[in-house]
Design a binder for this molecule. Structure first.
Ligand code: ADP
Length: 181
């Protein structure tokens, strides 16, 4: 059974006052464009400093410091949320390089990390659907399925938000979540 509110909203994830927001980071953890750049700009330079420390501690991790599908957590500094979970989505190569399983791992591992860090609310961007090129309609199906499979194991998470940056993604999420505008 799922005791968590799951919803999709249109907006900028850096503005949300949830316990944890998820960053679509890259495996260096040292910042990038898209939502990653927006989060680092809004959080301030202390976030990059913490990410550097984590990257240094994980420098021997294969495919790392943070390989696709995995997640790490930091403070949120100037953001209104409490924590930032940095996960690395797969680059889309056409679907035959394990992309769906890696994308599902991003959602699963981020929710589990949020639970283990006493976060009760979590917001996700549409991981991999920007520069990494994952087709939006395929990514939505993976994201919602992964979340619905994981939430029964994490009852302390009571609110999950999919933050869409464009109308196309919002409509896809609402359709799959069964809400029609
Ligand atoms: P990736 O490299 O995982 O594809 P991107 O940051 O390029 O990551 O894109 C991931 C998604 O985040 C895209 O759908 C993009 O439109 C969206 N996005 C970009 N900026 C923001 C923001 N400030 N808040 C929420 N979503 C954002």
């Amino acid at each position: 059974m799922i005791t968590c509110t799951v919803e999709a909203v249109l907006g900028d994830i850096t503005k949300l006052s949830v316990d944890a927001i998820v960053n679509a980071a890259n495996s260096s953890l040292l910042g990038g464009g898209g939502v990653d750049g927006a989060i680092h700009r809004a959080a301030g330079p202390e976030l990059l400093a913490e990410c550097r420390r984590i990257a240094e501690a994980r420098r021997d991790v294969e495919g790392g410091p943070c390989p696709a599908g995995e997640a790490v957590i930091t403070g949120a500094y100037k953001l209104p949320c409490r924590k930032i979970i940095h996960t690395v989505g797969p680059v889309w190569y056409g679907g035959s390089r394990g992309e769906p399983a890696l994308l599902a791992s991003c959602y699963r591992n981020s929710i589990i990390l949020a639970r283990d860090s006493a976060c009760h609310s979590i917001a996700f961007p549409n991981i991999s659907t920007g520069v990494y090129g994952y087709p939006k309609e395929l990514a939505v199906a993976v994201a919602i399925d992964a979340v619905m499979e994981t939430l029964p194991k994490t009852p302390s998470i009571t609110k999950l938000v999919f933050v869409c940056f464009d109308r196309v993604n919002l409509d896809l999420y609402n359709e799959k979540l069964g809400i029609r505008n």
